[in-house]
Design a protein around this ligand. Structure first.
Ligand code: SF4
Length: 271
């Protein structure tokens, strides 16, 4: 990158970060690393900022304020620096419930896989005709202060990029699920489905109970009816509507996956 900026004023925006990245950002701004010596200065308003330092996976709550923040910046150069894996791609929150999703799927359901990261918002802004300048991604959970400084030094032309840019696409690399026994893949799919309803500990227990019912019906003449009956009995015995709901959901999901596999469909998994 050719030198373009002698100094930049930055504004820091947290779009749902766990605070890990923010601590590192503060670290580079305060006297130990002191990035002001490179002309990088923290400002208190996006109206004065050349660059936005974003941390966090872009939650739905932060979406609108983040959008207004970027719109409030001067249209040039409007640099975006995504700091941390969460801001780059959603990180550990990828596909999580609170993450903003683009409405392009046309689905209102919570089931649409969310991506995460500031890129989702930048796509929306570009579609609205808002100018967006260079975007720098600094991955890491959190990135070390040296990595943040290195990323920003690239931006202002102090150092050259050492790696070449690569973009993932379906043409360059087909996504393949790891090979494994089909039953295990079904179990993992059900577990992911259940993740949307219950916590980790309960999830394992409920799934185990459900898989025991599946085992019982596998050799029966009419497994569909038999499983429905067992699920109903289970719900009646446990007397807990939440558990009954989970079991009914697992039953539906099990047959969805099983039917899709029988029909030879490729993508039926949640994982
Ligand atoms: S990248 Fe890691 S440290 Fe930064 S916000 Fe995400 S989880 Fe926290």
């Amino acid at each position: 990158m050719k030198p373009k900026l002698r100094s930049i004023w930055v504004f820091h925006l947290n779009t749902g970060s766990c605070n890990g990245c923010d601590i590192e950002i503060i670290d580079v701004l305060t006297p130990f690393y002191d990035v002001e010596r490179f002309g990088i200065k923290l400002v208190g308003s996006p109206r004065h900022a050349h660059a936005l330092l974003v941390s966090g996976p872009l939650t739905r709550q932060a979406y609108y304020s983040a959008k207004e923040t970027i719109k409030a910046m001067p249209p040039q150069p409007r640099v975006i620096v995504a700091i941390g894996t969460c801001a780059c791609s959603g990180g550990i929150f990828y596909n999580g419930y609170p993450i903003y999703r683009r409405p392009e799927s046309g689905r209102e359901s919570c089931e649409y896989p969310r991506k995460g990261g500031i890129n989702e918002l930048l796509e929306d802004l570009k579609e609205e005709g808002e100018p967006i300048g260079p975007v720098i991604y600094i991955p890491g959970c959190p990135p070390r202060p040296e990595e943040i400084i290195y990323g920003i030094a690239q931006l202002i032309g102090l150092v050259e990029k050492r790696l070449s840019y690569q973009e993932y696409s379906d043409d360059t690399m087909k996504f393949r699920l790891p090979e494994g026994p089909i039953e295990e893949r079904i179990r993992l799919t059900l577990r992911e489905r259940l993740r949307h309803l219950v916590g980790y500990l309960d999830r394992e227990r409920i799934l185990e109970d459900f898989m025991k019912l599946v085992e019982q019906v596998e050799k029966s003449e009419n497994p569909r009816e038999e499983l429905a009956r067992l699920v109903k009995d289970y719900a009646a015995k446990c007397g807990d509507v939440r558990l009954a709901f989970c079991m009914a959901l697992l039953e539906n999901e099990y047959w969805r996956v099983r039917d899709a596999l029988d029909a030879g469909k490729e993508f039926v998994y949640w994982i």
